[in-house]
Design a protein around this ligand. Structure first.
Ligand SMILES: *Cc1c(COP(=O)(O)O)cnc(C)c1O
Length: 431
């Protein structure tokens, strides 16, 4: 598959080049030249298909011929080694648990898939690739874990000091090997700005092949469309009006859901559930898209002031505001509302959500007020123990730590402190 740049000032390129470059030379995000819907029989028989079968059929067109089919099958087998259970809360609301991977956030799937694609492309390449990534919380751990030990790939993660949870920090600062963590004196947007600047800095890019493992990278972004198909497989026999509520930050996950819809997935509507960082909620209200600096919240992985993937969503809907508005609702919630929701979910359904999932749950509740025939699935994007202090503080109950969390909690953090772009540049040039 070839990809074009959404800035439309760079040549089209292959899947391989799009993965290795991350961003097009004109700084645009890559987008597939064609999206061919799957045959309707695919969805009619989806109940009989395994996760791997679904994933293979759904993503094949986007990665071939650069990734041969046999290699793709292997990459998918190695990526999807855990479950994606659906837990019904009541007749109208279910949650899709995306946190059963090694770092217990949904980003594991994209990170593992991308790491294996890059490993495959790099096997005959003598030049090292540096994956440079900014994280608001969960990307760092998922990318560190997914790329650990991948030959020819160095990973450099920038995270905002004091703005990620303790467990998130441990997950990205304790692995060693080819993974380096840079602790930035600033907020997530500062990290993201530094990364973007490095990509534009020829004194760095002439010597080092940089790529990104944020959801701007097509190999990180596209595999996320699997979740929506897995959920549909579980629910379509019982429910004929399925909608998804996606706790959104950079809007990669929700945009992948819309790609699943483009492939023919019979779902009716998407809900972008936001915390106080509500650029998109405001856009749908006012038609005015105005990014602004992010503010910190208890659902920190969504603290994004300028969501990178929104431009892909606009492309999917042909930049047609009205068409987008029919398909997408968006709501925004404060931390106080999020905490109330955590408690409500616990008391009413005996279910422990994390702060991001709780925002998704609130999105379902508001949406159902206008469409009470819907079955709304909110994505549980991270395990509640990743936000231990917040969740335990609200539900006043001690949570049991899963083995993935226990494994990092007592390890020693190793990070290099930086406070300016020059520090990053010095680091990259003097390794
Ligand atoms: C990254 C993340 C999000 C936001 O996902 P986007 O694809 O950036 O919109 C939501 N919840 C959790 C737990 C995350 O880690």
């Amino acid at each position: 598959m070839n990809y074009y740049s959404l800035n439309r000032e760079a040549p089209n390129t292959t899947f391989e080049k799009a993965v290795i470059k991350g961003l097009a030379p004109d700084r645009g995000l890559y987008f597939p030249e064609h999206i061919t819907p799957l045959h309707p029989s695919f969805f009619e028989t989806i109940g009989d298909k395994s996760n791997s079968d679904i994933a293979f059929e759904a993503i094949k067109q986007f990665v071939s011929p650069e990734i041969p089919e046999a290699v793709l099958k292997k990459i998918i087998e190695e990526t999807l080694t855990f479950d994606f259970p659906i837990i019904p809360l009541n007749d109208n609301i279910s949650t899709l648990e995306l946190f059963h991977g090694p770092t217990m956030a949904f980003k594991d799937v994209g990170a593992r898939f991308m790491a294996r694609c890059l490993g495959y492309f790099n096997q005959n390449n003598t030049n090292e690739v540096t994956v440079l990534v900014a994280t608001s919380g969960d990307t760092g751990g998922a990318v560190a874990n997914g790329f650990l030990g991948v030959e020819g790939v160095n990973v450099v993660i920038l995270y905002p000091s004091g703005k990620v949870s303790d467990i998130q920090e441990k997950q990205l600062t304790t692995l060693g090997q080819n993974i380096t963590a840079l602790e930035v004196d600033g907020v997530f947007d500062d990290c993201q700005d530094m990364v973007k600047k490095a990509f534009l800095d020829e004194s760095i890019t002439q010597k080092t092949q940089l790529t990104s493992a944020n959801s701007i990278n097509v190999a990180r972004w596209l595999p996320q469309l699997f979740y929506f198909m897995f959920a549909y497989r579980e629910l379509h026999k019982k429910h004929n009006n399925i909608v998804f509520s996606i706790p959104s930050g950079n809007f990669g996950n929700i945009c992948a859901g819309m790609m699943a819809q483009k492939l023919g997935l019979p779902v009716n509507h998407f809900i972008a559930s936001n915390n106080a960082n509500n650029v998109v909620t405001n856009y749908l209200k006012t038609k005015n898209y105005s990014p602004r600096p992010s503010v910190p919240t208890i659902s920190n992985a969504m603290d994004v002031g300028n969501p990178s993937n929104f431009i892909r969503i606009q492309e999917i809907y042909n930049n047609n505001f009205d068409q987008l508005k029919t398909n997408l609702s968006s709501f925004s919630y404060t931390d106080a509302q999020t905490k109330e929701a955590l408690l409500e979910i616990y008391e009413q359904f005996n279910y422990v959500a994390d702060p991001h999932g709780a925002v998704g749950y609130l999105g379902c509740k508001d949406y159902l007020k206008t469409d009470n025939s819907a079955h709304c699935v909110f994505l549980e994007t991270a395990h509640p123990t990743k936000f231990l202090d917040v969740v335990e503080g609200v539900i006043k109950t001690q949570l049991k730590l899963p083995p993935q969390i226990k494994a990092v909690i007592d390890k020693d953090k190793v990070a290099i402190k930086i406070s300016s772009y020059q520090d990053l540049k010095d680091f990259l040039q003097n390794r």
